[in-house]
Design a protein around this ligand. Structure first.
Ligand code: ADP
Length: 635
């Protein structure tokens, strides 16, 4: 019995012991299960945080906000007290670019500004992470940083921000609890740093691309603007019109106001163009200019620009400046009313002399003139100067040409009157009025008559030229018998041809050639061609032939004279131009005949062509339509 009891007690004891043992095992099992669950949960939480972090960072396009988000997200995801991002500055040395939750002293500790080593500095040198698990080891490895470090900090991690191709910087994390970083903690943080680096790199690329795009767009807009401005400047030979068109373009894109001043001989500024989007303000400014001519900020700037030839930029217009520019209180008030904030004036130069200024002014806040505006304005000023110069040259040339035409018209007219008298009296003498002249005297009178005819032709040529130049040549349309006209003209030059023993031939079709045109002008053209043919031919033949087809008529004047070098075939139609230069000239003449003849032919809707071989002769061909419409026109 005792034995049985003892055995039972033993069994019970064993059972108790076993149960304890089992309990321990179960607890152990339970604990390890719990730890595993926790780890799995933590891993899941971390994966989730990484996912959150990536999706948050991806959405940010610019570098600076991405860096700030990196600091913040890295702190949140790792449960750190504070986080900082350190990256190379423009001088290549590491500097703090973003921080979250860090006292400024700690931020400075993270920054490797001094020569003493710091965790971030080491990371940036080696590309490897730095783990510091106690305050003691921080003090040992980085004494200077330890002094600045957050008093609550117990452990630190500095992680490399490794982009695809290079090290972008480091993330520094400070933890409030001491203790080792487990392998999984480390790999999580490295993974996190990798994701951050990718986001930073993406933002940098994005920003660089955007900057390049903005630069390209700006350059493109600038070119387009200048091209359009040049076009406007060239649109008129009246410089006031073209400068106004250019000024209109400058507002409101470049500035709120655009004013163009030109200085007179005494250096007094005159406003020649003005642009502002609001017509009321524009009018106000005009009234101001009329009331206080050559005064105010822009006019003062013009004086400076004229003295230096350099752009003049007032970034911030102060009331003192306005007061200094004003003549009296009312003037001051008016100047204030334009509310100018910045004024940029650049020179307008012609032939290396500053003749005026282009002024751009900003009135609205939020805008500022920068270097590109100055460059663009300078270029505009240069082009405006060219436009003014071109307009001046054109006006001067136009005046000179008008003066010349007037002179020629008056002179020829004055010459024609006595010349007609000479011709008239010579004709009377030849007719035996009042008395018959003897045979010898008759020949002399005939010579006077011939010379007067040539002189009259010259005078007519000059008159025609000045009439065409002045746009006063008119056409008078009537039926013309071309055959008869050609016979007459040939008969007229016959004596001259005979004097030089030249054969003169006229080839006409049997039927009469009739057209509707201006007879006097055709006569003038053919006479000119024939007298040239006689003048420039020493021996041989001069032949006039005429043909017709359904479109019109063709008159050829062919000679066997000196011919025209091929390079001058077009130049001979220019006014006052002759193949021989003035000093070696043997043939006389004005150099106007062919130019006038070609213009007259065009007025008749026809044309005058030439073909020639030097030393062999020339053919001038007058092409005329059957019917010239009767209207006044110049070509
Ligand atoms: P002008 O005869 O008064 O000099 P034109 O305008 O009639 O002026 O002619 C211009 C120039 O063309 C002449 O000076 C001459 O050099 C050349 N020319 C014109 N006709 C002929 C011709 N038939 N043969 C050779 N040269 C000619």
């Amino acid at each position: 019995m005792i034995l049985l009891v003892a055995a039972l007690a033993l069994v019970a004891l064993w059972l108790v012991f076993r149960a304890r043992e089992l309990g321990g095992e179960v607890r152990h099992l339970h604990e390890s299960l719990q730890a595993q669950t926790e780890m799995a949960e933590q891993a899941a939480r971390r994966a989730e945080r990484l996912h959150d972090l990536t999706s948050q960072l991806v959405a940010i396009p610019a570098e600076e906000p991405v860096l700030n988000a990196v600091a913040r997200q890295a702190r949140l995801a790792t449960g750190a007290l504070a986080a900082a991002v350190v990256a190379p500055r423009s001088d290549g040395r590491p500097g703090l670019v973003a921080s979250d939750g860090m006292a400024s002293t700690l931020a400075r500790a993270a920054e490797a500004a001094s020569d003493s080593p710091t965790p971030a500095g080491d990371v940036m040198q080696t590309g490897e992470p730095v783990w510091i698990e106690t305050r003691k080891s921080l003090a040992e490895r980085y004494p200077e940083a330890a002094e600045l470090a957050d008093p609550e900090g117990r452990a630190w991690a500095a992680l490399p921000l490794l982009g695809n191709s290079r090290l972008l910087g480091a993330i520094v994390l400070s933890f409030g609890r001491p203790g080792g970083f487990r392998a999984e903690d480390r790999s999580f943080m490295l993974l996190l740093a990798q994701q951050c680096a990718q986001a930073v790199e993406r933002a940098q690329l994005n920003e660089r691309g955007m900057r390049a795009r903005v630069r390209a767009e700006f350059a493109e807009r600038r070119l387009a603007f200048l091209a359009e401005a040049s076009q406007r400047l060239a649109s008129s030979l009246d410089y006031q019109t073209s400068l106004s068109a250019m000024a209109e373009m400058a507002v409101p894109d470049l500035a709120d106001w655009c004013l163009v001043y030109l200085a007179d001989e005494a250096g007094m500024p005159h406003l020649v163009a003005l642009a502002h989007p609001d017509p009321v303000r524009r009018e106000g400014r005009r009234e101001f200019e009329a009331r206080y001519p050559g005064s105010g900020l822009a006019a003062d700037a013009l004086r400076r620009v004229m003295a230096t030839g350099e752009p003049d930029l007032i970034l911030d217009v102060t009331d003192d400046m306005l007061r200094a520019a004003a003549r009296d209180e009312e003037h001051h008030e008016l100047l204030r009313s334009f509310r100018l904030r910045s004024v940029l004036s650049v020179p307008i130069a012609a032939e290396d002399r500053v003749i005026g200024s282009l002024t751009l002014a900003l009135a609205h806040p939020g805008r500022e003139f920068g270097e590109p505006d100055v460059t663009l304005a300078m270029e505009l000023g240069r082009r405006a100067g060219q436009a003014v110069e071109n307009a001046r040259l054109y006006t001067a040339a136009h005046h000179a040409s008008a003066a010349k035409s007037d002179f020629l018209a008056v002179m020829s007219h004055e010459l024609r009157t006595p010349l007609n008298a000479i011709i008239g009296y010579a004709d009377l003498l030849l007719m035996g009025v009042p008395d018959d002249v003897g045979e010898g005297a008759r020949r002399q009178v005939q010579r006077i008559r011939g010379a007067s005819d040539s002189l009259l032709q010259l005078v007519e040529e000059v008159l025609s030229f000045s009439r065409i130049e002045a746009g006063k040549e008119e056409i008078r349309i009537s039926p013309v018998d071309l055959s008869e006209l050609l016979r007459d003209t040939v008969a007229m030059v016959e004596p001259l041809a005979a004097e030089k023993s030249l054969e003169l031939r006229l080839e006409l079709p049997d039927r009469r050639l009739r057209l509707v045109s201006d007879e006097r002008k055709i006569r003038q053209i053919v006479t000119n061609l024939l007298s040239n043919a006689v003048k420039f031919t020493q021996q041989g033949t001069i032949e006039v032939s005429a043909t017709s087809d359904e479109s019109g008529f063709r008159v050829d004047v062919r000679d066997t004279g000196i011919g025209i070098p091929v390079e001058y075939l077009e130049r001979i139609f220019e006014p006052f131009w002759q193949v021989e230069n003035v000093s070696t000239r043997r043939y006389g003449g004005t150099g106007l005949g062919l130019g006038v003849a070609r213009k007259l032919a065009r007025m008749l809707e026809g044309r005058l062509d030439v073909s020639s071989e030097e030393g062999q002769g020339s053919v001038f061909s007058l092409i005329l339509p059957r019917h010239t419409p009767g209207m006044n026109r110049n070509t």
